[in-house]
Structures are given as C-alpha cells and as structure tokens.
Write a protein that binds this ligand. Structure first.
Ligand code: XIL
Length: 379
C-alpha cells in the first residue's frame, strides 16, 4: 500500500503530537501526584484534620487531594467524648471507623484526638445519677474506662494520641476544669498511664494552644520533667498553632519549641491555621467556649481575599514553615486544622458567620499563594 507524502506527514505530526501529549500528561501527573507531603518527606509528616461532613460526602476530588498532599490525619470532632461516647452506655464508632479506613488506605500517620478534655465532654461524665459531682475515685474509673475502650479499640493503629488537651490556664497554672476540681492535678498523670496501658505502641502527647506564652511554656516544661522523673509516659507535646497574621511573636513560639524539645520529647504542631481577619476584642486563643458578636467590620473580606492580604498570608505561612524546618530535628509533624478554607472552624470562631482564609487551599480546593510559598521553601 502506498501512502502519499501528505498522509505520511499528517501521520507523523499526529504521532509527534500524541507523544508530546503523553509527555505533558506524564509531567502533569507527576505534579498531581506530588504534594506537600512529598516535598517535606525528609522533614516531618504533613497532616490535615477531617470533619465529618467531608468524611461522609467528600466534594469531587477531595479524597485524592488529601491523599496527594498529606501523610497524617486527625479527626476534627468525631473522636471527642461527646461524639463518640455520648451517653454512658453508647459508643458511636461509625465515623471514627470510617476515618481509620480512609487514613489506613493511604498508610497515613493516624492521630487520635482526643482522650481527656474539658470541652466537648458531656456533663454526665462528671456527675452521678443524681447530678452530683462524682468523687475522685469514681471519676478516675470513668476516665479509665473511656480510655481503655477508645484507645484500646484502635490499639496499634493510632500512631499518636492527644491524651490530655488544654489542662493549663495560660500563666495561671492548672485550668480549674471539672477534671482538676474533682480529681486533682494528678488527673493528667493518670490519663497518660491509662493511655500507655491501652495503646502501648502510640506516641502520647500533651496538647494545648497559646504555647508561645512564657508562663504556659514553663508550666508545661516543669510538668514534663516531673513526669519523666516519676515514670509517667509522655512522648510529645502538641503545639496547636491557631495563629494569626500578626500574633503570636514567632520568637516566643520558637523558644517553646526549643524548651519542649530540650526535655527530650517530640514536638508536634497539631492544629495549624492562620487567621486572616481582624482580631476580635484582642481575643487570642482557642478556648472554644469564647465567642463574640458578629459585626461587619470584623468580616472585611466576604467576597474574596484582597491580593495584598493574600501576599501577607503567604509570607506569614513561609515564616512559620521556615521556623519548622529550622527545628526539623525536633518536629515530628505539622498538621493543618482542615484542608480548604470553607471547612475551617475559623469561619465561626471566635465570631460566628465570618469568611476566613486560614488554610492552604481556597474554597474551590485550589492551592493558594500560601501553599506555593510553603512549597517553594523546599524547591
Ligand atoms: C474545634 C473544631 O474545629 C470545631 O469544629 C468545633 O466546633 C470546636 O472544636 N482546639 C482543639 C480542637 O483541640 O479540638 C478544636 O476544634 C479547636 C481548638
């Protein structure tokens, strides 16, 4: 069969085109398969927190994006006492089991959040059948059963547990929570011992916000030292990292990383997000019961983040990640508190109904300028 020259040329061009396309696709695919977790693979895990809505009905492409970008996973709410153990005899495992399946499919570093906390814990936990505060012994027993059941169920599968969350009240020492009031300060030690027994393979963390605060830093350092001397099993500190464009002072945060690391425990950045909105009445912190009335001046960007603020956010994120890289020897993990901006609790905290831009993906799950700034540190 003879092929005329024109057909031949056309075929060659088609073939070359197809080859170029394959090559282009390969490059696009490589880029698509590579995320922050790959860029930071020699430094620390890069994690995200997943809420129940995303777990149950993920938007198109969401699970693939999470698998591409992250290699650590925390459940935002559904392992908290009120969700997983809402009444004394009821355990709601479905969502947590689903979370485990999702992370295990991708062989992610799985984080359990959280065993003992004063928030999102039902009142019945602290009271007897007559509504009277449980005495120390009975409350300890209740705590132990909770930890045994929850940490025990996922034994060997959860790699790190936030054992106790937010037990320290800024520079005032122990928070006067029902745990503290009814058991005493050693409730924390007991929680760690119970957790070690129930999940011997898991790293056990103490987790808190505003960890840059010098008073809190010192209190936590002293606590870890005492624990180590007494043989209380603590492996790490979780610095939540709910920060803003202008707070806290990074130098103070760095002092805390160094101080915690110097005690010999691992540092985990557990809940990073960068609030881009005006600070409401000097509110800095993450005590979730705080809230302030909505006002338009506190919600200046309902229709999109202005370019100059986006640039500021990118610069700020780069500063944080540069700090984490500087201390990569001490830092085991950096987890973002959510994936896309629309999911973030910061749209409703500490003021409800605002439009915030605290994460690395926008409302359409596109990488934002801050993402590229964080990625660029590794390129
Ligand atoms: C937040 C969740 O993101 C919200 O959805 C929920 O309404 C309140 O709790 N510190 C913690 C997290 O340890 O569990 C909190 O998560 C944020 C502050």
């Amino acid at each position: 069969m003879t092929i005329n020259r024109r057909t031949l040329l056309a075929r060659t061009a088609m073939l070359a085109g197809a080859l170029a396309l394959t090559k282009q696709n390969a490059i696009a695919k490589a880029l698509n398969d590579t995320g922050l977790k790959d860029l930071y693979k020699d430094d620390f895990y890069i994690g995200t927190a997943i809420g129940n809505a995303r777990l149950n009905s993920p938007p198109a492409g969401f699970n693939a994006l999470v698998a591409r970008e992250f290699n650590a996973l925390t459940m935002e709410n559904d392992m908290k006492w009120e969700r997983i153990h809402p009444t004394p005899d009821q355990w709601a495992w479905e969502r947590a089991d689903k979370f485990m399946a999702l992370g295990e499919q991708q062989q992610m570093f799985m984080v359990g959040h959280v065993l003992v906390w004063h928030s999102q814990t039902p009142d019945w936990v602290f009271n007897d059948d007559h509504g009277q505060p449980l005495p120390r012994k009975a409350l300890l027993a209740r705590m132990k059963t909770h930890i045994d059941t929850l940490a025990g169920r996922y034994r060997g599968r959860i790699h790190a547990w936030d054992v106790v969350n937010e037990a320290v009240d800024e520079d005032k020492g122990w928070r006067k929570s029902p745990w503290f009031n009814q058991i005493g300060p050693d409730f924390v030690e007991h929680a760690f011992r119970y957790a070690r027994a129930a999940a011997p393979e898991a790293q056990l963390l103490y987790n808190d916000y505003n960890m840059h605060n010098p008073g809190k830093r010192q209190f936590v350092v002293d606590m870890i030292k005492r624990f180590k001397e007494a043989g209380v099993p603590i492996d790490g500190v979780g610095m939540q990292g709910h920060v803003g464009l202008a707070y806290p002072d990074i130098a103070e945060f760095e002092k805390s990383i160094k101080a915690f690391a110097a005690t010999g425990v691992a540092v985990h950045i557990t809940e990073l997000d960068v609030d881009t909105l005006p600070v409401a009445w000097e509110h800095i912190g993450a005590e979730i019961s705080s809230n302030f009335d909505y006002a338009d001046e506190l919600n200046p960007y309902p229709n999109g983040l202005p370019a100059e603020v986006e640039a500021q956010l990118a610069e700020r994120y780069a500063e944080w990640f540069a700090l984490f890289l500087k201390h990569r020897e001490s830092i085991a993990r950096v987890t973002l508190w959510g994936t896309g901006d629309s999911e973030s609790w910061k749209n409703n905290f500490p003021v409800r109904g605002r439009t915030n831009y605290p994460l690395l993906f926008d409302r359409d799950y596109q990488r934002n300028a801050a993402y590229h700034a964080v990625a660029a540190l590794k390129k």
